[in-house]
Write a protein that binds this ligand. Structure first.
Ligand code: SAM
Length: 256
């Protein structure tokens, strides 16, 4: 079961994850462990400073390396006391590698990580050079801090942990689990007040046909929106001849 240690100035961000929905199930069942460590508790001056002005001038502040370093040491020592090895250190940063479902699967199967949440203009580069094993971005935009990025990772991990989702299958059918986007979903009524009907194949109870319809929709949606994912699935040999026929049809598909 993974344990994540989060270095953050704002641990209140993480309370909702523990108390709602899937995240709560992951914590209550013990499938996921989370410990927050504040660099402020490891500051060494009367003001408990955790940031200072950037050398070279310019706006904003930079997170001091020393309090982060001491918080990291405290987290790793606590892991060792719990019988765990030192964890890899992940820094959230717009300059990091984009978070992918494959990374989420890797973290869900691991013993966890130390997640470092930057604030202000970021973290003193010397801390990064000495301690960070990987940098992780959640997209090409700038958040005010790494906490929401860390929550993104933790939420995505929580739903992959054993026993957390209601149905073990539901994560397997989700987008990206086999490299494709998910198919459309429908629920009652079969014909709504706007005259829009649920596709007849979903009402028929023929499970093989339904599975084929879903697969075809996944393929076609992925081709339209994320053609590079289709190219990757093809290169990895994950597309059958029937899949290729569905992609070529791109519209009317023979379901039998
Ligand atoms: N000066 C930085 C830059 O331009 O790249 C932005 C710093 S941002 C205001 C403060 C912190 O938020 C960062 O140190 C990082 O931890 C986090 N952050 C912001 N955007 C992020 C993103 N897209 N992915 C991951 N973390 C992000």
């Amino acid at each position: 079961m993974p344990r994540f240690d989060v270095l953050t100035l704002f641990d209140a961000y993480f309370a909702p994850l523990r108390s709602h929905g899937i995240g709560r199930r992951a914590f209550d069942s013990g499938a996921l462990q989370l410990h927050c460590w504040s660099p402020r508790d490891h500051a060494d001056d009367a003001h408990r400073s955790v940031d200072d002005r950037p050398y070279g001038g310019g706006p904003g502040m930079v997170m001091l390396a020393a309090p982060l370093e001491r918080a990291l040491a405290a987290a790793q020592a606590d892991r060792r006391r719990a019988g765990l090895a030192d964890a890899p250190v992940v820094l959230f940063s717009p300059a990091g590698r984009a978070l992918r479902q494959a990374d989420v699967e890797r973290w869900a199967a691991s013993s966890g990580a130390v997640l470092v949440c930057g604030r202000y203009e970021g973290v003193d580069q010397r801390f990064i050079d000495r301690h960070v094993d990987e940098e992780c971005s959640v997209g090409d935009y700038v958040l005010s801090g790494g906490e929401i990025a860390a929550l993104t990772l933790l939420d995505a991990v929580a739903r992959l942990l054993p026993g957390v989702l209601g149905s073990e299958q539901s994560a397997q059918q989700d987008s990206f689990s086999d490299g494709l986007l998910d198919c459309p979903h429908y629920t009652r009524p079969p014909l709504d007040a706007h005259g829009d009907a649920v596709p007849a194949v979903l009402l028929g109870g023929d499970h093989a046909r339904i599975a084929r319809w879903r697969r075809d929709r996944m393929l076609q949606l992925t081709l339209r929106r994320r053609p590079e994912l289709i190219a990757a699935a093809r290169a990895a040999g994950r597309l059958s001849r029937r899949d290729e026929a569905a992609l070529a049809a791109d519209g009317e598909i023979p379901y039998t």
